[in-house]
Design a protein around this ligand. Structure first.
Ligand code: FES
Ligand code: FES
Length: 219
């Protein structure tokens, strides 16, 4: 697994700032160790103004997210996950490891699951991005969301947005034929609370309802 580029390493002063932000995130999410382990997890939002970071190459970006056109200035090195969370205030997608190991950041791009932390925002311009916030229809949860509730398929809930986005994708891909198929297809989504049996139950339940309910485009 690659290590973050040195250019991303915070200096001592900025690290202290990040740490203060991480404490706030821990208070809200209840995942103290997750935030504290990763000082970049709660990095304060960049202002979005071109030239705000003299070391960054800022450029205007346009993303199609959950059916809306969203424009902002961002560093060319900005990950899709950070763009969603820090620029567009879509914080449903979670940052667990920030290096492609946990699946908490899973979103859909053109209906396919991708890891937001390993995808550059600039590369998905012109493509359809769907996050957990865009999965439900007005007034009605997506069948997978409802199934996770019905089957208690989470405890702390930190991994849940990524689990649900992956679960929807594997059903649409035809990779949820049986329990073993589901476990294999979901193996990139880790759950510290070990809610795995209930997640499998939820997916088995939801796939039947999804077959009877056309899913929104892109999800
Ligand atoms: S945050 Fe863990 S895989 Fe992206
Ligand atoms: S990590 Fe807590 S529900 Fe999965």
């Amino acid at each position: 697994m690659h290590q973050p580029d040195d250019k991303f390493k915070p200096g001592r002063r900025s690290f202290l700032g990040y740490s203060a932000g991480a404490a706030s995130v821990a208070a809200v999410t209840g995942c103290a160790s997750m935030a504290a382990d990763n000082p970049m997890a709660a990095a304060p939002p960049v202002t979005g103004e071109a030239g705000a970071d003299t070391q960054a190459v800022q450029m205007p970006m346009t993303l199609e997210v959950n059916g809306q056109t969203r424009r902002f200035y961002g560093d060319v090195r900005l990950s899709l996950l950070d763009a969603l969370r820090e620029k567009l205030e879509l914080t449903g997608s979670k940052k667990g490891c920030d290096q492609g190991q946990c699946g908490a950041c899973t979103v859909h791009v053109d209906g396919k699951r991708v890891l937001g932390c390993l995808t550059l925002a600039v590369t998905v311009q012109g493509r359809k991005v769907t996050t957990i916030e865009g999965l439900a229809s007005p007034g009605r949860l997506h069948p997978m969301q409802q199934a996770f509730i019905d089957h208690d398929a989470f405890q702390c809930g930190y991994c849940t947005p990524g689990q649900i986005m992956s679960a929807v994708a594997i059903v649409n891909e035809g990779h949820a034929k049986n329990d073993n198929d589901i476990r294999e297809s979901m193996s990139g989504n880790l759950c510290r609370c070990a809610a795995y049996p209930n997640i499998v139950d939820a997916i088995n339940d939801a796939k039947v309802k999804m077959a009877a309910t056309p899913s929104p485009a892109g999800s």
